[in-house]
Design a protein around this ligand. Structure first.
Ligand code: COA
Length: 276
């Protein structure tokens, strides 16, 4: 339980806004923040996911704001951030978490497919930072980008995701550089394999469950809570002098590279082709 590790008032009085916050790792980050006293705004594409995210966060005692907004639409993101401010006060923590992924050989990705992932991950993150800027300047807040190992280790069948995540980390450093003068910190968190997430389903976590354990020095996937704990540290005053950093929360996975993944997914894709 995170409140046994951190002071339960660590984020008291703060408002966090999390894009894609209705499920998965982003909701785990929201749960950690809520347990530590923050008010939580979340946006996402579907009302259903937002409603279940709201119920989870309210059960932890948080005041919650939800807005249906696709991060690809800057006006919708701006309206969500404005609505969050009206409901919960100015945002002091922004988590750019909304992401899209599919596994495909580069030669099978259409222009639209590539653009879709870059639009959700990279442009979506930019839209959220722009929409939250005035509030973050007012609160001297901080931004947490949810990146991925693909940012700095090439993974086969992830050309679009690698481009998007590398862009996110570059944007993070650029904004850390530019917005430091407003007292705004910017950092990335790099989750490795995380149990029971949409992302892991898409990356072979079901097809070959032991694959990611083998690829990870700690020999196991993360519990979602472990990503929340690291996010809580980075977003909190405990990290008040940390800006422009990329924190890998991946059990050391990036140290082993992508070779095992590349082989396993190539076999899966070949099987799928043979079955067609
Ligand atoms: N292989 C190749 N291309 C694919 C693909 C696959 N497995 N899945 C989607 N695409 C392409 C589509 O074919 C389409 O391009 P086209 O019209 O030229 O054929 C393009 O991507 C957009 O797909 P679409 O389904 O219309 O987009 P969407 O906005 O509804 O969904 C995705 C976005 C594709 C990222 C979808 O996977 C998604 O919604 N993901 C969100 C959840 C998620 O990925 N979570 C994990 C995060 S780590």
């Amino acid at each position: 339980m995170i409140t046994e590790l951190f002071n339960a008032n660590l984020l008291k009085g703060q408002t966090a806004f999390i894009t894609g916050g209705g499920s998965g790792v982003n909701l785990a980050i929201g749960r950690a923040f809520a347990a530590l006293g923050a008010r939580i705004g979340i946006c996402g594409r579907t009302e259903e996911r937002l409603a279940s995210g709201r119920a989870t966060l309210e059960a932890l005692g948080a005041e919650v704001f939800t807005a249906v907004a696709d991060v690809r639409d800057p006006d919708a993101v701006q309206a969500a951030l404005d609505g969050c401010k009206a409901a919960l006060g100015p945002v002091s923590i922004l988590v750019c978490g909304a992401a899209g992924n599919f596994v495909a050989p580069a030669e099978a990705i259409s222009a639209k497919g590539f653009r879709t992932v870059v639009e959700i991950d990279l442009l979506g993150s930019f839209h959220a930072t722009r929409a939250a800027f005035d509030q973050l300047r007012e609160t001297k807040g901080n931004i947490l980008f949810v990146s991925g190992g693909q940012s700095f280790v090439p993974f086969a069948f992830q050309a679009h995701v690698g481009a998007a995540k590398a862009g996110i980390d570059n944007l993070m450093q650029n904004l850390a550089l530019e917005w430091g003068r407003y007292g705004i910190r910017c950092n990335s968190i790099v989750p490795g394999p995380v149990k029971d997430t949409e992302g892991m389903k898409r990356l072979g976590g079901e097809a070959e469950p032991s694959l990611w354990n083998e690829m990870t020095p700690l020999g196991r996937m993360a519990e979602q809570e472990e990503i929340g704990q690291a996010a809580a540290f980075l977003a909190s005053p405990l990290a008040s002098y940390v800006s422009g950093a990329r924190l890998c929360v991946d059990g050391g996975q990036n140290l082993t590279g992508s070779t095992l993944f590349n082989g396993a997914i190539a076999r899966e894709l070949a099987k799928a082709r043979a079955a067609e």
